[in-house]
Design a protein around this ligand. Structure first.
Ligand code: FAD
Length: 292
């Protein structure tokens, strides 16, 4: 089923995973992660493409498992910056053969030292290319940035670019991770003001170590509130305590978002299904809305 059709009926709960980093890594471990996440009955599970150093062909392999073995909707990510046109067609043909109907269509980050010309300069161009060849065969999702994309000077230019992404075929957006819901609320309000009408799903990550904090700020540009940093640093030598703090913090964010009628919640699981399970189990009733 296409994710936009699910979103027409209800709020969604979904998870993100990434393929194992090395080709040699046993793929069974990610299958076990998917098995555990599937038990939480998500609306879809997304699998990243080329991010975190993973190999790209595994995205399809893993999406196939999600969709055809676990019978959960799969959202397969695809980045256009460095993927040739014929390769995009090949990948999309494989998605079609495997009945994978949802693509997270992304520009991707410039690789370190990249000096050439991007194949698709913006996600908008990748959307237009996929639409040209496949019309509405796929539901396209896109990324969005409550704290503004790192390459953009200000929120309003970024939102105007996001509007172009919607106009080129994105039928829902998932946000970059954020730790202060006020950024999300402002972002959604301004997005609606300029005619962005598609659902905007909130991306939430339970931070479970001090090490992750710097990564979040540098890689994603997300501000981590001092209160969260202080709590994690206080318990920096206690992995179990840090996990409890990160999970409690993310859970509170989710409760607040649901109470404010968010279109959907997407949990960046970092391939740790136990964290997603702890969140979902602790707010079963609050999450009832996502089960209709
Ligand atoms: P775009 O939407 O193309 O935007 C990139 C920049 O260009 C922005 O600053 C925007 O304002 C500007 N822009 C956009 N369109 C125009 C236009 N028409 N004219 C002028 N300027 C424009 N990366 C991976 O490598 N693999 C993944 O699987 C992955 N998954 C992600 C999932 C989510 C939910 C998110 C939010 C990000 C993900 N990323 C992933 C990271 C993403 O690839 C980077 O953030 C990348 O830098 C931007 O990709 P984009 O598709 O959002 O780009």
């Amino acid at each position: 089923m296409k994710i936009n059709n699910i979103l027409e009926k209800k709020r969604t709960l979904s998870f993100e995973i990434f393929p194992p980093k090395k080709d040699s890594t046993n793929i069974e471990s990610i299958y076990k992660t998917i098995d555990e996440l599937s038990e939480l009955k998500p609306d879809f599970i997304s699998v990243t493409y080329g991010a975190m150093g993973s190999t790209t062909k595994r995205t399809l392999e893993i999406a196939k498992y999600i969709k055809n073995v676990k019978h959960v909707e799969a959202l397969a990510h695809l980045t256009g910056i460095n993927t040739a046109h014929d390769e995009v067609l090949k990948i999309c043909n494989e998605f079609k053969t495997e009945n994978i109907e949802n693509i997270m269509s992304l520009r991707g980050d410039y690789p370190i030292g990249f000096s050439g010309t991007p194949i698709f300069k913006y996600a908008q161009e990748l959307n237009e290319f996929i639409k040209k060849y496949y019309n509405d065969d796929f539901c396209l999702g896109g990324g969005c940035y409550p704290e503004t994309h790192l390459e953009c000077d200000n929120l309003f230019d970024d939102l105007n670019n996001l509007k172009k992404k919607q106009d080129s075929g994105a039928s829902f957006f998932i946000t970059q991770v954020f730790f202060d819901n006020n950024y999300f609320y402002r972002f959604v309000r301004e997005a609606r003001n300029i005619g962005i009408t598609v659902p905007i799903i909130a991306g939430i990550m339970p931070i479970t170590s001090v090490k992750q904090i710097r990564k979040m700020s540098t890689m994603c540009g997300a501000n981590v509130p001092v209160s969260l940093i202080s709590m994690l640093e206080k318990y920096r030598d206690d992995d179990l305590a840090m996990a409890e703090i990160g999970i409690a913090y993310a859970t509170n964010q989710i409760i607040d978002l649901l109470a404010n009628d968010v279109d959907g919640i997407h949990i960046y699981t970092m391939n740790k299904p136990e964290n997603a399970k702890r969140i979902v189990d602790s707010i079963k009733n609050v999450l009832k809305d996502t089960k209709k």
